[in-house]
Ligand binder design. Sequence first.
Ligand SMILES: CC(C)(COP(=O)(O)OP(=O)(O)OC[C@H]1O[C@@H](n2cnc3c(N)ncnc32)[C@H](O)[C@@H]1OP(=O)(O)O)[C@@H](O)C(=O)NCCC(=O)NCCS
Length: 156
Amino acid sequence: MTKTNQNKLKESKVYNLNKITLNKNIKTFLSIERDYAEPWNKENFLMDMPYKWQFSKYITFENNIAGFIIGSLNNKTVSLHRFMVDKNYRRLGLGLKIYQEFEENCKEKKGVEKIVLKVLAENKSAISFYNSLGYGIKEEFEYLRIKRYLMEKHIS
Ligand SMILES: CC(C)(COP(=O)(O)OP(=O)(O)OC[C@H]1O[C@@H](n2cnc3c(N)ncnc32)[C@H](O)[C@@H]1OP(=O)(O)O)[C@@H](O)C(=O)NCCC(=O)NCCS
């Protein structure tokens, strides 16, 4: 990472995501998904899930919303439903920064034992990113004829 990017990264900030902010900025959130193989639509983003607004975050970079994590909590397990950084802002450390705050948040919530997520088997970069964060593959499955992994990390 260049010195300039390192300095800019310091100015990036992670915020809790609530439904009002999400609704107000929905076009930005949809545009961050623009090149993804299975993009979410507005309804996917706004759907209520248990504890969603306590386990979702967004990150800003150069005063723009640059990425987000959408999570929810069910019976001691946090599900990381969506994690994305805008294509223009990848490999700057933003993904790691928002993830670390998300995990910290999970650890602070009493009773949370693990974080789980699903990833496309072909998404090698995301899998190696999750491996480096301590996730392991729990299960392989197929959905819509596409191979995917269920990954998990124990945090307590
Ligand atoms: C996965 C994702 C969120 C990572 O965000 P990011 O801001 O680019 O990640 P960071 O810059 O913080 O990278 C952290 C580390 O992860 C690893 N990593 C990230 N992207 C990688 C890639 N394309 N190839 C290999 N390693 C990668 C590297 O070790 C990297 O550290 P380094 O840049 O110092 O080498 C981002 O690539 C993304 O939005 N991908 C598309 C959506 C997606 O696949 N989401 C996950 C599906 S469940």
